[in-house]
Design a protein around this ligand. Structure first.
Ligand SMILES: CC(C)(COP(=O)(O)OP(=O)(O)OC[C@H]1O[C@@H](n2cnc3c(N)ncnc32)[C@H](O)[C@@H]1OP(=O)(O)O)[C@@H](O)C(=O)NCCC(=O)NCCS
Length: 165
C-alpha cells in the first residue's frame, strides 16, 4: 500500500462511530494489556461514539487518515496543544501514517493558535514513536489524570508568528 493512497481530512461528528470502532480495537490490542482493568474500561468509555461526538462538538479536532472508505488512523488534538488520542490500525502501522497525521495535526494547531509547545501522555509502546517526532519526557512514567499508565512528554516548537519575524 503506497502511503500516498492515504487521504487525510478533518473528522466530523458523523465520523464518531467509525472513530470509536477503530480506536477501541487498537486500544484493546495495544494499550489495555498494560493497564489496570478499571483504567482500561474507563478508556474504552471515553472512546465510545457518544463521548467522541461530544468532544468534537466541544472543539477537539480529530484528524483522520482514510484508505478509500476505510478509516486507518486518528489523531485528536485538544486546545490546539495536547494530543489526546493517536491510533493507527494494526495492519496499517509502520507505514508512515502516524507521521503524516502528526505533521497535519501540528501544522493545524500552529496555524490556528501559534502553538509553541505540545504535550501528550504516551503509552509505553508509543514512546519511541513520539521521540522520533521530537517529543521528550517531562517526568517519569506514572498515572495520567485519567488513570492510564503513561509517560508525560512535550515538544517545544518555534511559534509560526515568531518564526516569520
Ligand atoms: C503509535 C502509533 C500511532 C504509530 O503509528 P504508525 O503509523 O505505526 O507510525 P509511523 O509508521 O508513522 O512511524 C512514525 C515514526 O516512528 C518510528 N517508529 C515506529 N515504531 C517505532 C518503534 N517501535 N521504535 C522506534 N521507532 C519507531 C518510525 O520509524 C517513524 O519514524 P520516522 O517518521 O522518523 O521515519 C501506532 O503504533 C499505534 O496506534 N499504536 C497503538 C496505540 C497507541 O499506543 N497509541 C498512542 C497512545 S499515546
Amino acid at each position: 500500500m503506497p502511503t500516498t493512497a492515504v487521504h487525510l481530512r478533518l473528522g466530523r461528528p458523523e465520523d464518531a462511530r467509525a472513530i470509536s470502532l477503530l480506536a477501541r480495537r487498537v486500544a484493546r490490542r495495544w494499550i489495555l494489556p498494560e493497564q489496570s482493568h478499571e483504567a482500561g474500561q474507563a478508556l474504552l468509555l471515553r472512546l465510545g461514539t457518544r463521548a467522541l461526538r461530544e468532544r468534537m462538538r466541544e472543539g477537539q479536532r480529530f484528524h483522520l487518515a482514510w484508505l478509500g472508505e476505510v478509516l486507518v488512523g486518528i489523531a485528536a488534538m485538544r486546545g490546539d496543544s495536547h494530543l489526546v488520542h493517536f491510533f493507527v490500525g494494526t495492519r496499517y502501522q509502520g507505514r508512515g501514517i502516524a507521521r503524516r497525521l502528526w505533521e497535519r495535526a501540528m501544522a493545524d494547531a500552529v496555524r490556528r493558535a501559534g502553538t509553541g509547545r505540545f504535550t501528550l501522555n504516551a503509552t509505553r509502546c508509543a514512546v519511541p514513536v513520539y521521540r522520533r517526532f521530537g517529543f521528550v519526557p517531562t517526568g517519569p512514567e506514572g498515572f495520567s489524570p485519567s488513570g492510564v499508565l503513561t509517560t508525560p512528554m512535550a515538544l517545544e516548537t518555534v511559534p509560526a508568528r515568531r518564526a516569520k519575524a
